[in-house]
Design a protein around this ligand. Sequence first.
Ligand code: CMC
Length: 379
Amino acid sequence: MSDTPKDLHVPKGLEDVVVGTSSITFLDGLKGRMLYKGYDAVAMAGQVSFEEIVYLLWEGDLPTRAQLQPFSKSLADNRALPAEVLAVMEKFPKHCHPMDVLREGVTLLAMVASDAHDGSQKDNREKALRLVARMGTFAAAWDRIRKGLPVIPPDPTLSHSANFIYMVTGKKPDPLSVEAMDMYLSLLADHDLNASTFTARVIISTLSDMHSAIAGALGALKGPLHGGANEKAMEMFLEIGDPAQVDSWVEKALQEKRKIMGFGHRVYKVEDPRSVPLRAMAHRLSVEKGDTRWYNISIKVAEAVQRHKNIYTNVDFYSASVLYLLGIPIDLFTTVFAAGRVAGWCAHVFEQLADNRLIRPRTDYTGPTDRVFKPLAQR
Ligand code: CMC
């Protein structure tokens, strides 16, 4: 019955299907490599600021000091949320999940932005800049609003990462915490055609607008098989509670065929390369902050899972204790992922628009055909 050509049949979940070209991020799932615009993203982690990585993804090369300074300043100048948006957020039910607030917040930004529906390249750049600048502000502001605390305005004298920690915790962070946040946001900034980035590209391919693409991507990111896994990984460490409980917890979970959050990856058949610097950072932070319990549990979980199954940790595993040690509330973790990934979503929107064709695949229809209709009275 189907008119779908046989050569269009693809594996479930589009596994390993190549649907286009991109010059943003290269992944090698067998060697565990990840390049941003040709540079080794993992080797750069800890040595570059998030601002430098955003510039790289959008402009194609790392900035000089002279290029970075005005770029960082425009991000810092755009961090504050419009008063109308904050006023609506004050009315949200206090139990709302931060990812829902973030998605609605992006939609609200579109409604108050006079240029929301202008799809010109220049305007898309400005919208992207504002979205990257404000993603963390939403998360931090919502955390304060729901706790009945005054929102902490962004501090333009601080870097993007330092300011984010400051807006959440109310304290100016120490250098190691800033290094950790820069590392996290930089490693999360892009990752080829993951589910949320694909969503953003599908939306913009209809010539919709930047805010709609980012709001849609946020919806895809929220799921526990994608960005929501970092929250679930930390909840697991808290549930285990003690390194001595790890082996029995993991055995039981695997017997019950539960997925262990922060393990496995569609692309990587080896350890997720982002895990390596994040594991080292989790250790450094644990020692510095005098709280090694979560790191010790995570190392034991990784060993126990490896003994039973041939799966490796992914980016969400060690980053869970990094974010926890930075004082980020657990249900804010996925919004921090979003605060990094928004840079990549915008880069993919630019790339899609530069050579756009509507993304409109087919399914192989497996339902019934030729059924005889009976009006309601005869059924
Ligand atoms: N725990 C236990 N078993 C697992 C896990 C896991 N976390 N991940 C994969 N497996 C097993 C799975 O049960 C299956 O085994 P079998 O062949 O015996 O049935 C095999 O490995 C293949 O798994 P799959 O679910 O078919 O693989 P996938 O490519 O469809 O899924 C994944 C990839 C990331 C959704 C999956 O590994 C998973 O659910 N992981 C837990 C959630 C998670 O950590 N997500 C974050 C992903 S990385 C950050 C991001 O990009 O968002």
